[in-house]
Design a protein around this ligand. Structure first.
Ligand SMILES: C[S@@+](CC[C@H](N)C(=O)[O-])C[C@H]1O[C@@H](n2cnc3c(N)ncnc32)[C@H](O)[C@@H]1O
Length: 230
């Protein structure tokens, strides 16, 4: 079993997916895939590319990777009419850009994103967002209880802070609402230099009776949870 997993991992590494930050024709993409032996290619939408550029501008390296962002787009696209989406940890707006991409111009869905660093939040605010996108500057734990309930929550603050926000995030989910927690890889990787103590471990989510969860062991590693009906 272990050997199979290792072989698959090596195969994934050698047959990489490519990410493109500029518009390319299908022919160009296919030619590049062939020359590099890549199986898949993911086109980064222009607003996301602009957000990655903002991150580079200030040397911020914690933006969501394209695979995680694309999943956010997929989940955002499923938001019901009049739905609400919350991101905890705005960074410079890469996550918002993926969410907005998934919404494809819809303005009936409210998107709220919370960031405690005013500089990063200001950078993210400088981008052109559609109506319905609201950036909040504040400590996630302090503001979360007053932000209402959501169809989708992206929990993307650093490390142990995630676990401290778990209860509040689940409480803020509508029945059937979904919670995506990013950067879970270190918590289950054998090679991880540290494991947080159990009390603070976001894997606690797996045992919470209010949700059902799946571990997504790709890209940055995620846990996806759906809040069960009350
Ligand atoms: C991993 S980055 C977020 C990346 C972003 N979600 C994206 O998709 O690109 C985590 C962000 O959480 C912010 N943060 C750290 N502590 C916080 C807190 N207590 N409340 C709100 N945001 C916090 C950091 O400043 C950082 O910008």
């Amino acid at each position: 079993m272990e050997q199979t997993a290792t072989a698959e991992e090596a195969d994934t590494r050698s047959r990489v997916s490519l990410t493109f930050g500029r518009e390319m024709s299908t022919a160009e993409v296919e030619s590049m895939k062939r020359s590099l032996g890549a199986r898949t290619a993911l086109q980064v939408p222009p607003a996301v590319d602009a957000a990655y550029a903002r991150a580079r501008q200030i040397g911020f390296a914690k933006s969501s990777c394209p695979e995680t962002g694309a999943l956010m787009s997929v989940l955002a696209a499923a938001a019901p009419a009049g739905g609400r989406i919350l991101e905890l940890g705005t960074g410079v707006g890469v996550g918002i850009a993926w969410i907005v991409h998934g919404l494809r111009g819809r303005t009936d869905v409210e998107v709220v994103s919370v960031e405690n660093d005013p500089r990063k939040s200001a950078l993210a605010s400088g981008a052109r967002w559609p109506e319905g996108v609201n950036l909040v500057v504040g400590e996630a734990k302090e503001v979360l209880p007053s932000l209402g309930s959501y169809d989708l929550i992206f929990l993307d603050v650093p490390g142990g802070l995630k676990a401290s926000l778990l209860d509040g995030a689940i409480t803020a989910l509508k029945p059937g609402g979904q919670l995506l927690i990013d950067d879970m890889k270190p918590y289950w990787s054998k090679r991880a230099p540290h494991r947080p103590p159990g009390e603070r471990d976001p894997e606690r989510l797996l045992g919470d009776p209010r949700v059902t969860c799946a571990l997504l062991r790709y890209a940055s590693g995620m846990i996806l949870a759906t809040r069960l009906p009350a």
